[in-house]
Design a protein around this ligand. Structure first.
Ligand code: GDP
Length: 205
């Protein structure tokens, strides 16, 4: 069974002090709000209500941690790109997520959800730029692929890869649908591979 299917809620953190210890490899999930991140986590975990969908915009500024059996952990980052979020809240987001992405030694990979109909928005680009110095694997999931024809899916893939090349950014890209299940098995396999190939950091490093 995939580690993702063993996901159990662990804790929420609104500050760095609340992060769980860096004892196991960790995967982070990020994305513009409404990109389908919660639905993707639920689909990968094969659970209907693990991550909560349709939150009030801008309210959730916490990182939710999930245990993935003994294999690792999943960190669900708050969605980015709310136009209406007050400056103060946005600063909190930047501090919390910035601290997490830049300093988390147990972070082995980041999954970024992008709506396949509108991949690589300015917010997505900013997030990836922000992630550039972090030495982690990256996977872009083009979500809600069920809403596109095959031809348009291929175009979304090509457009995203082209935008990555143009920005000199490296990431794997896959089509994904939590509704049809497209990409679920492949994504689990890749994330399991990331978890297995990265040992947790030595204590005291
Ligand atoms: P989040 O804000 O990124 O966590 O996004 P949610 O997972 O809450 O999804 C936002 C909206 O998109 C919800 O109305 C979901 O039902 C819908 N949605 C998410 N994933 C899919 C998908 O794969 N296919 C379709 N058709 N709708 C989706």
């Amino acid at each position: 069974m995939s580690a993702l299917q063993q996901a159990r809620f662990l804790s929420s953190a609104a500050a760095v002090a609340d992060f769980p210890p860096e004892t196991v490899p960790e995967l982070a999930f990020a994305g513009r709000s409404n990109a389908g991140k919660s639905s993707a986590i639920n689909a990968l975990a094969n659970q209907t209500r693990l991550a909560h969908t349709s939150k009030t915009p801008g309210r959730t500024q916490m990182i939710n941690f999930f245990a993935l059996g003994d294999a690792g952990r999943l960190a669900d980052l708050p969605g980015y790109g709310y136009a209406s979020v007050p400056r103060a809240l946005r600063a909190t987001w930047d501090d919390l997520i910035g601290a997490y992405l830049m300093e988390r030694r147990s972070l082995v990979g980041v999954v970024v959800l992008m709506d396949a109909r509108r991949p690589f928005t300015d917010n997505d680009r900013n997030f990836l730029e922000w992630l550039r110095p972090a030495a982690t694997a990256r996977l872009i999931l083009l979500s809600k692929a069920d809403k596109l024809s095959r031809a348009d899916q291929a175009k979304a893939l090509a457009r995203t890869r082209c935008a990555l090349d143009a920005a000199a950014l490296t990431a794997q890209v896959m089509l994904f649908s939590s509704k049809s299940g497209a990409g679920v098995v492949e994504t689990r396999a890749l994330l399991d591979h990331w978890l297995q190939n990265k040992k947790p950091p030595e204590k005291g490093n």
